[in-house]
Write a protein that binds this ligand. Sequence first.
Ligand SMILES: *Cc1c(COP(=O)(O)O)cnc(C)c1O
Length: 234
Amino acid sequence: MTDAELRSILTDRLAAVRGRMAEACRRAGRDEASVTLVAVTKTVSARVIGLLPELGTFDLGESRPQALWSKAAELGSLPIRWHMIGHLQRNKVERTLPLVHLFHSIDSERLLNEVAATGVKLGRRPRVLLQMNASHEEQKHGFDYAELRGIRGQVRSVACDIVGLMGMAALASEGDGPRQTFAELRAFWNEQRAEWPELTELSMGMSGDFETAIEEGATLIRVGSTLFEGLEGE
Ligand SMILES: *Cc1c(COP(=O)(O)O)cnc(C)c1O
């Protein structure tokens, strides 16, 4: 595919997603500017990603640290804000931290402490979201609601800017499953914000459920396949 063909496909798909976001905002009585699209680029090459900033999309998400390192190196001259959205091992924190605008997937107190310590060492204050086990699945990463209520004091005292929460609906969930999960996460976010006003962000919603997530209060949505399906080989 030529760059012109790719640009035309990406322009159409971004417009379609932004149109659906605007409709969901309208249904929910929300301002469109209150929701940020994070384009999840994990399935596409640096060549495809490199066309996004000129199309007005600067917030990009990657789920694997090594892929983020190599894409960020290749695209270093572009004004991209990288979001780390996948599970992060503690031994990958130091190399990842300087590249990342926002960590969505801080899923344990150990990882939070590691990110904070690395920030101190590098002289940077990390911006993070706490990933909640919103779907209550045993094998899923993330804080439980009761757990976070119990350790909130310790968590708030670490050397990170904790700016919100992130969650995912269960993979198998359909029908009202995602809505219930998102509504519960939003209720917890509101409960915490009453005493913790820095929690301004709520990251929830992917290709299959981002409109529901917006209706339920998401401020960041993470959309991959709807934008990039079929472009994996480009
Ligand atoms: C891949 C991924 C997404 C995007 O999923 P799509 O269904 O392709 O939109 C969102 N969030 C996380 C954590 C992911 O790993």
